[in-house]
Design a protein around this ligand. Structure first.
Ligand code: TYM
Length: 335
């Protein structure tokens, strides 16, 4: 297995990132077999597709690396690095740009959402973003990519690009990467609006729980989360039309490592007045230790930076043969 995934360096990690992606990264790292590799990277190049304050971007890269370490990524077992330090990502992205079709990119929902009505004014990078994402995984011949559900379409595109490249150039270079999406927490929604995903770009900080939030902030955000006056039912099916309630049950189950049905069988018949304090206690118990480790790691940013540099050296060595094979396949002279 070659496990690869990334996260954008735009602001703090939130509970959606943690439950949708990072927790799976840690679980996969912890069950690694000899000969398997885990590569996790900070997608700083992807962050550039919308304007970033340079100082804030540099700081966010270190802070995000520290957050991943605090959440359980062990740099002795996983390769943790920032994308910009491994030029093979960008180089392969350019090559794959000859394979990907404009029509494929036009169908990406994230492009449609982010560009909105102002496509002419969106950056070129925002449009070609999924090609770089394909390169991110294909450059390591990734077999498994743990992500939240919102990244599934980008992964399908990576598979289409891989298939077309292999066919067009008559090679068997890229295996098709498999998205690994957590069954019980595929998409964590905003605490203020059950129809929108929890996101760093939501203007309301009350919509998300950040991994850096203190205990009071966590509890208060849960207490003020939007809900409805009905008691909880005993099956998930009965929550089909209650998006906010479904979201809080999903968060509870994911944090507690239980199925949503198991959580409902415990709380059936109870209202949110009883459920929310229990959820707040659980969230504080699970997230508090991560925040405390993060605070300690941020006391030594130079050490975090040094570990990223080491990770990048390892990643570059793993990427080089595949990049070289892709260059050979398309006929580039690079010696
Ligand atoms: P990003 O930075 O938006 O999110 C990082 C990871 O967190 C997951 N996630 C969520 N999961 C559940 N509920 C949510 N509300 C939620 N919000 C975010 C995402 O699915 C993702 O797994 N394009 C990617 C970064 C990337 C990447 C890659 C990922 C760049 N190259 C190669 C995988 C492989 C992104 O913007 O994720």
């Amino acid at each position: 297995m070659r496990i690869v995934s990334g996260i954008q360096t735009t602001g703090n990690l939130h509970l959606g990132n943690y439950l949708g992606a990072i927790r799976q990264w840690v679980a996969m790292q912890d069950t690694l077999q000899p000969g398997d590799d885990c590569l996790f990277f900070l997608a700083d190049l992807h962050a550039l597709t919308v304007h970033q304050d340079p100082k804030a971007l540099a700081a966010a890269t270190i802070e995000l690396a520290a957050t991943l370490m605090a959440a359980g990524i062990d740099t002795d077992r996983s390769i943790l690095f920032n994308q910009a330090r491994v030029p093979a990502h960008s180089e392969l992205s350019w090559i794959l740009g000859g394979t990907a079709r404009v029509g494929w990119l036009n169908r990406m929902t994230q492009w449609k959402d982010k560009a909105g009505k102002n496509r002419e004014g969106a950056s070129v990078g925002l449009f070609t973003y999924p090609v770089l994402q394909a390169a991110d995984v294909l450059v390591y011949q990734a077999t498994h990519v743990p992500v939240g559900e919102d990244q599934k379409q980008h992964l399908e595109l990576a598979r289409d690009i891989a298939t077309k490249f292999n066919t067009d150039f008559g090679v068997e270079l890229f295996p098709l990467p498999e998205p690994i999406i957590p069954a019980e927490a595929p998409r964590i929604m905003s605490l203020r609006d059950g129809s929108a995903k929890m996101s760093k770009s939501d203007p309301s900080d009350m919509s998300r729980i950040n991994l850096i939030d203190d205990d009071d902030a966590i509890a208060s955000k849960i207490r003020k989360a939007k809900t409805d006056p009905e008691p909880l039912p005993d099956t998930m099916d009965a929550l089909a039309d209650r998006a906010e309630a479904r979201n809080l049950v999903t968060i509870y189950a994911a944090l507690d490592g239980r199925t949503r049905d198991a959580v409902l069988s415990e709380f059936a018949g109870q209202g949110f007045g009883a459920f929310k304090p229990r959820l707040a206690d659980l969230a504080v118990a699970k997230l508090g230790p991560i925040r405390d480790r993060l605070t300690r790691l941020l006391d030594d940013r130079a050490e975090v930076a040094a570990r990223l540099r080491k990770g990048a050296d390892k990643a570059q060595a793993l990427a080089a043969p595949t990049l070289r094979a892709a260059q050979d396949a398309v006929g580039l002279q690079v010696d």
